[in-house]
Design a protein around this ligand. Structure first.
Ligand code: MN
Ligand code: MN
Length: 414
């Protein structure tokens, strides 16, 4: 403590201000820090916020307005949202995104939320990052070509995934009757959906005689190509899938399918508190850089305290209301609230847990830039370390430690 702050404290102590500012509990169980933090340690007048605020917005974030007394230290913002992201709307659909530019902690991946109406086309394109996607609504037809000339045309529906390795060309089109909506995750926080390589852009920026030479047709063939890119446009609904598949002149299908049904996989964890379903390169073999889990947490239940040793976690909240606390070295602990359309982020190896604070199932997608999902469960670690040693750390009777879960329940109560 420097001389100035020591003097200030002494002055405050002399006037009794310190005592007045801390009417609640001293530091202790459930409130470990000095000076003690949290509303429980302040007078109602000190907690009051008379300044400018937007009650409808502030009301969405009770954990920011009134953090648990166990929260401590500063932590990079790990909350963002598609709800506040600008929508680029064109005939045929729309998209919005949250990249590292918008959400600085999100270095590993960026996210895009897109809708295509029936017949709406996301133009044939490619990009530097690999693209992983999760369908949240409707049906979509995807086309894809790999470096061996293997091509794929597939239809995907709610709960399905696709994965396009970096640089591989592809397109997306909404199918009837309702079109589709989906989440795209790029395996690079800086990848933008607004900065992709478009087939129309390249043709418009190539001299006609060079196009003629390249394709072996007269230059006049290209007189009607669009001079502005299409990006998303209203197209005609395609015919039956089998017809499209029969018409592509491909040298066979990709060795590993680029689509996967996450929704129909057997849960890796399931109990009365919810369900976890998983897809990584061990099951969805094409998905070499992205692993993901869809997590369902029942009202009042909790995703257990855990961390991921090999990757950051990027979260997309799909339904319900939840609260996540993240723990890091320092110590640092911070709690934030999440609703449908919001995004969360947890740095590699930072401890975290998620509680359902609403009255419906809480559903979110957890995405990791890694080939294989990994998780360390706190209760599993404590259960698989000699009890005498754990007891000396935590002052808990070994007989009570023995009642901790031994089976990595994933969701609690198990
Ligand atoms: Mn793409
Ligand atoms: Mn996690």
């Amino acid at each position: 403590m420097d001389a100035f702050s020591r003097r200030s404290l002494l002055a405050l102590a002399a006037t009794g201000s310190i005592a007045a500012a801390t009417p609640g509990r001293a530091a202790g169980f459930g409130n470990p820090d000095r000076p003690p933090q949290g509303a429980i340690n302040a007078s109602p007048e000190a907690v009051r916020d008379p300044g400018p605020q937007s009650p409808p917005l502030a009301g969405q974030f009770p954990s920011a307005q009134n953090p648990p007394a166990t929260d401590v230290g500063d932590m990079q913002t790990f909350w963002s949202s598609f709800n506040t992201a600008h929508r680029r709307i064109q005939a045929g659909g729309w998209a919005r995104q949250v990249t590292q530019a918008d959400f600085p902690i999100s270095t590993a991946v960026s996210g895009v939320n897109m809708r295509l109406d029936a017949g709406g086309v996301r133009e044939m394109h490619w990009h530097l990052a690999a693209e992983w996607a999760y369908m949240t609504n409707g049906r979509c037809r995807i086309t894809y070509l790999d470096a061996e000339g293997h091509a794929s045309v597939q239809d995907v529906a709610k709960g399905d995934l696709w994965y396009f390795p970096a640089g591989m060309p592809h397109s997306l089109q909404g199918l009837g009757p309702e079109g589709c909506e989906f989440l795209i995750v790029f395996d690079d926080g800086s990848q933008s959906e607004f900065g992709t390589l478009l087939v129309t852009d390249w043709l418009a920026h190539t001299p006609p005689e060079d196009l003629a030479l390249n394709f072996g047709v007269p230059a006049d063939t290209f007189r009607s190509i669009p001079l502005d890119d299409l990006w998303i446009f209203q197209g005609r609904e395609p015919g039956p899938l089998a017809e499209d598949q029969a018409r592509i002149a491909a040298a066979g299908a990709p060795a590993e399918p680029v689509t996967f049904s996450l929704a129909t996989t057997t849960p890796v964890r399931e109990n009365r508190s919810g369900r976890l379903q998983m897809a990584d390169s061990r099951t969805f073999k094409a998905s070499k850089t992205i692993a993901a889990a869809i997590e369902v947490i029942r009202p009042g239940a909790m995703r257990e305290m855990h961390w991921h040793p090999n990757a950051d976690e990027w979260q997309y909240y799909i339904q319900g209301e939840g609260r996540m606390t993240v723990f890091g070295a320092g110590p640092r602990a911070q709690t934030a609230d999440f609703r449908a359309g919001d995004l969360g982020y947890v740095k590699k190896s930072n401890g975290h847990y998620v509680k359902n604070t609403g009255t419906t199932d809480l559903i979110f997608l957890a995405v990791f830039r890694t080939a294989e999902y990994q998780e360390i469960s706190l209760s599993d670690w404590l259960a698989r370390t000699p009890p005498a040693l754990v007891a000396q750390h935590l002052n808990i009777d070994p007989a009570v430690l023995a009642r901790f879960p031994h089976n990595r329940p994933g969701l609690v109560p198990a």
